[in-house]
Design a protein around this ligand. Structure first.
Ligand code: SF4
Length: 362
């Protein structure tokens, strides 16, 4: 008997028309690459990878700031992936190999413990990620943190980025990110769907992704565009209200720069005034200002800013190119020795193409 995956693949292929469906989640890219979903569905349906990898979209100047802090004697605490991503002044790993105190942590709580245990040192936590990680960082600040602790905030919000992609990239519909949607719910996608873009909130099994694709096809076939939830076991329309309340008690929306895309209005989170004593850019304002000044002096304000000259991450993050089109892919650039941010993380598009597709000659 045909299993559900096979039925969905048959259904998708029988109804295939030229379609460009974008996901904006590194875990979706992982599922799509790992289970070779592009290889089993019709070539007419292009699955595009958007800016869904948090370390990939962290701008070079934030990495440069973290490195400058480390070089000035502060203790930098960061997720492991972030330590390998190059800014324009090397990576945090490079700083560590110079003798700087850069420590890998799994959560903000690990960083707070380091601050409690080292009260004569200044501890900075590099806070990155989307709506999924910001609430736990907010909760930690609400519980209280030691005076020698601060946070370098580089959080990003997904709906404003999707909005921009509808203007700049040819896309017919979105697989919305399941993890982010557990926090924000499905309502924030409504304004985008009302502009004519079908959106399906999708989970992370191969079956989930196939279902998401089929549901987008259904909408397009029927000439409709709405927000549908194919991940009801984790996501509802309202999302996690409590998590969002905590998040906005501590953070406020702000314009922020996405690596490879540029400045996006209201797409980031900055600490509110009540928490500015824990904002690394305030606490270490002199170092921050110098990093910003150096950037202005040495770089043009381009979306490619901070990327190695021929690295195509700006094109990859906006689905204007595929990893295999990059001259460095699989040669000069590999997970062992990444040139650009998209090759570093388990959520990076280049990383996943290399891990799951490169051995097939792609
Ligand atoms: S293969 Fe490497 S250099 Fe090329 S776009 Fe990807 S990360 Fe950048």
């Amino acid at each position: 008997m045909e299993n559900i995956e096979q039925k969905l693949i048959s259904r998708i292929n029988e109804h295939a028309t030229p379609l460009r469906i974008m996901h904006v989640c590194g875990t979706h890219e992982r599922t799509i690459s790992k289970y070779a979903i592009r290889d089993v569905i019709s070539e007419d349906i292009q699955l595009l990878s958007g800016p869904g990898c948090p370390v990939c979209v962290t701008p070079a100047e934030d990495i440069n700031f973290a490195i400058a802090l480390a070089r000035s004697g502060k203790v930098i605490t960061s997720f492991g992936d972030m330590m390998r991503v190059p800014g324009t002044a090397g990576s945090l790993f490079d700083a560590r190999s110079e003798g700087c105190d850069v420590r890998m942590v799994y959560s903000i709580d690990d960083a707070i413990r380091i601050a409690e245990d080292n009260q004569t040192q200044e501890i900075v936590f590099f806070g990155i990620g989307f709506e999924t990680t910001a609430p736990s960082n907010a909760a930690a600040l609400l519980r209280g943190v030691p005076e020698n602790f601060s946070i370098l905030t580089s959080h990003k919000l997904m709906p404003p980025a999707m909005e921009i992609l509808t203007q700049d990239t040819k896309v017919d519909g979105f697989l919305a990110p399941g993890h982010v949607s557990t926090i924000i719910g499905t309502d924030p996608y409504e304004p985008i769907s009302k502009k004519g873009f079908p959106i399906v909130v999708t989970g992370f099994e191969a079956l989930d992704v196939l279902l998401g694709i089929a549901m987008i096809q259904n909408q397009i076939e029927s000439g409709s565009s709405s927000v549908e939830n194919a991940y009801p076991r984790a996501v509802n329309a309202e999302g996690n209200i409590k998590a969002r309340e905590m998040m906005y008690q501590v953070f406020k929306q702000t314009d922020t720069k996405w690596r490879g895309i540029g400045m996006i209005e209201n797409s980031g989170l900055a600490l509110r005034t009540e928490f500015e004593q824990f904002d690394a850019s305030n606490v270490h304002a002199e170092i921050y200002e110098k990093v910003l000044h150096d950037r202005k002096v040495s770089e043009t304000d381009s979306n490619r800013t901070g990327l190695y000259e021929e690295c195509m991450c700006a094109e990859i993050l906006t689905a204007r190119a595929q990893p295999s089109q990059c001259p460095f892919f699989g040669g000069r650039c590999s997970p062992e020795d990444p040139v650009g941010p998209c090759m570093v993380s388990l959520e990076g598009t280049c990383y996943n193409w290399y891990k799951y597709r490169h051995n097939k000659g792609i």
